[in-house]
Structures are given as C-alpha cells and as structure tokens.
Design a protein around this ligand. Structure first.
Ligand code: MN
Length: 250
C-alpha cells in the first residue's frame, strides 16, 4: 500500500513528522506538504504563480503552495505511481464543527477523495500536553483497521484526538459535526505608519456541542471520528426551492 501524507502546518511541523514515522511500518509513505504554515487555506489551489516542488528527505517533498496544491500535484502527475490513500495531519489544533470549512488539514484529505480508499484528516485538540504521540498511535490504528476492513471509498474521515496520554483515552466514537458560536471579532491594530491592520479573531466555543457531536466526544475523552462528504447540496430544500421558482412572478 502507498500512503500520501500531507498537512497544513508546513513540512517542518511536529505532527507531520510523527504521522509519517508511525505509518512507515504499514505502507510506503510519501510526504508532500506546504513550505510554511497554511492553516485556514481550506480547499484553495494556487493558480496565479507556478508551484515548485523541493525534496527534503527520502520520498519527502515541500511545495510553495497550499495543502490542496500538495495533494493535487501528488495524485495528478508528480509521481509515476498512484497512491491508495491520503492521511493528513497531525494538525496542531482541533478541527471540530465549522472548523472543517476553513481547515487545510481536512482539505488535503478531501483532495484525495478519488483514490481507492477513504482518506483521513487527523487533528490533535491541543491543550497543555501536546500528545502528538497519542494522535499518531490513533492514526496508525485507524489505518490498520482500514487495511483489514475497507470502508466505502468515497468517504473522508475527520478524526480529532483529545490531548491525553494514550492510556487515558476512553475509546472511539462516531460523531456528527457540531457547530461553533460566531468567532471572536477581528482584532484591530496599526502598522508602524499608523495604518489600520486586522487579525482574524479566534474561533468561537462550541454552540451545538451536545450528545453525538464531535465536541462532546472530545470533551468526554473519546477519539471523535466524523465521516464527511463533499456534496454540499441541500437535498431537503430541493422541493421547496423548486416550488418557489415555479411560483415566481413573470
Ligand atoms: Mn493547521
């Protein structure tokens, strides 16, 4: 099996190294990752400048682009072989609820959706411990499980791991995405010439964080596994919008 590993924190991030190391005994691992932290890049492609690829180790490459660029290149012609799955991470921070819309970690997994096996985004809900070792072990276990018993190939698994020693994890839970409150306001500041600059504020706390959500699983010490899909169609609204269009004034 060939596994492509990427992330959005950049090729020097601790989580990426840990993830690649833990998967190497299971598969032939190729790493293609951004040259710097591109957290929040979502599913963006770089179209205004050429993208370059630089080796930094054995089957390890960094790219002056986004996580989506990295995976897109890797599965669309950079190599003369195909990968079987993409594992993205380990992100330095949660990707819970609405976070998945902005996440480059999740985007890298999404970009691998046409490969043969489900893809996986792994995030550590970082607190004090920074237990990347725990998240790496969880990723390894899930990949082994996929090798033994494959899931539907069109699936993206969004995995969040509590920042705990492995022995303190309470287990695995399948979850739905919760929702966050509106994020904190932008932080206004000034550059050295007195012109206004802004920083995007931190994400809001969990709003829909009840039973069954990813937030709840993490709060109770479980690994959260949310199956995602790319289809954004609001199927339940097709009839309503159809009637609305039919009844429109000429
Ligand atoms: Mn990140």
């Amino acid at each position: 099996m060939r596994i492509l590993v990427s992330n959005d924190d950049g090729y020097r991030a601790e989580g990426l190294q840990r993830l690649a190391d833990v998967l190497r005994p299971l598969a032939e691992v190729t790493v293609v990752a951004p040259d710097r932290n591109r957290s929040g890049a979502s599913n963006s492609l770089t179209l205004d400048v050429p993208v370059r690829v630089f080796p930094f180790g054995d089957r390890m490459y960094y790219v002056n682009g986004t996580p989506t660029d990295c995976v897109h290149l890797a599965v669309s012609g950079l190599f003369d072989f195909d990968h079987d799955m993409v594992v993205s991470g380990i992100n330095d921070g949660a990707n819970l609820g609405d976070d998945v819309l902005y996440s480059g970690t999740v985007a890298a997994a999404v970009e691998g959706r046409f490969l043969g096996l489900p893809t996986m985004a792994v995030s550590l809900v970082v607190r004090q411990g920074r237990h990347f070792d725990t998240a790496a072990r969880v990723a390894c276990e899930l990949v082994m499980r996929l090798q033994r018993s494959p899931l539907d190939s069109a699936m993206i698994l969004n995995v969040n791991v509590p920042d705990l020693p492995y022995e303190q994890l309470r287990g695995f839970q399948v979850t739905r995405l919760g929702q966050r409150h509106k994020s904190e306001p932008v932080v206004k500041s000034a550059d050295p010439r007195g012109r206004a600059v802004y920083w995007v504020g931190p994400a809001g706390e969990g709003a829909d964080a009840g039973e069954g959500t990813d937030f709840d699983a993490i709060a109770r010490g479980f690994v959260s596994v949310t199956p995602l899909q790319v289809d954004l169609t609001r199927h339940s609204a097709l009839a309503e919008v159809g009637e609305w269009l039919a009844g429109r004034a000429p």
